[in-house]
Write a protein that binds this ligand. Structure first.
Ligand code: GDP
Length: 287
């Protein structure tokens, strides 16, 4: 799915979420575990207007587990309930309805004290494109939910999906835009494939990825591409380009005269990285 975000679209997205907020008790804010801040909407606090919120760090199967643990601690310190999940395999999903209920604990206790039988907690999933919202909805529902808005002729009525007996989920998620102003945010998103390569140059994206991986994940990087020697200075652009060239040679990306086709090498490198072939990695850490 490609969305072009113009100011008009942002206003509309925001209005759509705020309409849905009236219907729900808690928000499930979905972030990419590999880049939780970069995959976060810059205006999220303002948009959610103080609704109780559960932060889910999705795609944790692809992220560096020790960094994900740091992020969970970070968000907890900020006062949020936070949990990791892998919506694609279903890992971590069982906990979500329990935590949503935990957010409503005081209200539920008050209702019980008044003799009211509390109803299921109503939740809305929000997040930027590609973070795994549909996958999570399907995973929680235990079946494939067709996005109502995607089918022509189908009225866009909101549907509630039962998740066990204690949670109900809106079938259409709230789609948010990422933070565009910061170039590094754009590169991190592009490395994961969340921003299409037509927007940023593929060699620049690969350069950004290699620079980070060489610094923090040299061992698995070197193993994958059979590289013997780490660059002495990972801040030196020439040394990073030399690593990219070495990757290109390993993958047979040569042009006439024996020069490395860096564009082709960059494409291969990013594909392997996204497919998890270079092991688990995170692109930003809280500390
Ligand atoms: P949406 O745009 O937020 O609704 O994102 P989607 O649910 O369409 O997911 C985007 C892509 O990420 C799809 O290819 C999913 O299969 C993949 N995906 C979603 N969740 C996970 C996850 O936890 N782990 C992995 N490895 N892939 C995931």
């Amino acid at each position: 799915m490609t969305i072009q975000w113009f100011p008009g679209h942002m206003t509309k997205a925001r209005r759509q979420i705020q309409e849905k907020l009236k219907l729900i008790d808690v928000v499930i804010e979905l972030l990419d575990a590999r880049l939780p801040l970069s995959s976060r909407n810059p205006m999220i606090d303002e948009i959610l207007q103080g609704k109780p919120r559960l932060i889910v760090l999705n795609k944790s199967d692809l992220a560096d587990p020790s960094v994900t643990r740091q992020w969970i601690a970070f968000f907890k310190q900020e006062g949020y309930l936070a949990v990791e999940a892998d919506a694609a395999s279903g890992q971590g999903l069982k906990e979500i309805p329990l935590l949503a209920k935990e957010l409503m604990k005081e209200k539920i206790e008050k209702q019980i004290a008044k003799g009211i039988n509390p109803r299921a907690v109503r939740a809305l999933i929000v997040g930027i494109p590609n973070v795994g919202k549909s996958t999570l909805i399907n995973g929680l529902a235990g079946r494939k939910i067709a996005a109502t808005g995607d089918r022509p002729g189908v009225t866009k009525g909101q549907q509630w999906i039962k998740v066990g007996s204690e949670m109900e989920l809106l079938d259409t998620p709230g789609i948010l835009w990422p933070k565009f102003e910061d170039q590094n945010v754009g590169y991190r998103l592009a490395v994961t494939g969340a921003i299409r390569e037509e927007i940023l140059n593929v060699e620049d994206i690969a350069f950004f990825a290699v620079k980070y991986l060489v610094r923090y994940y040299w061992e698995s990087f070197a193993e994958r591409f059979e590289l013997a020697q780490a660059p002495r200075d990972s801040e030196d652009p020439d040394e990073i380009v030399a690593v990219m060239e070495a990757v290109g040679r390993k993958r047979g990306c040569l042009m006439s005269g024996g020069r490395v086709d860096l564009e082709k090498a960059s494409g291969i490198l990013l594909r392997e990285l996204r497919a998890g072939k270079l092991g688990r990695y995170s692109l930003e850490a809280p500390y």
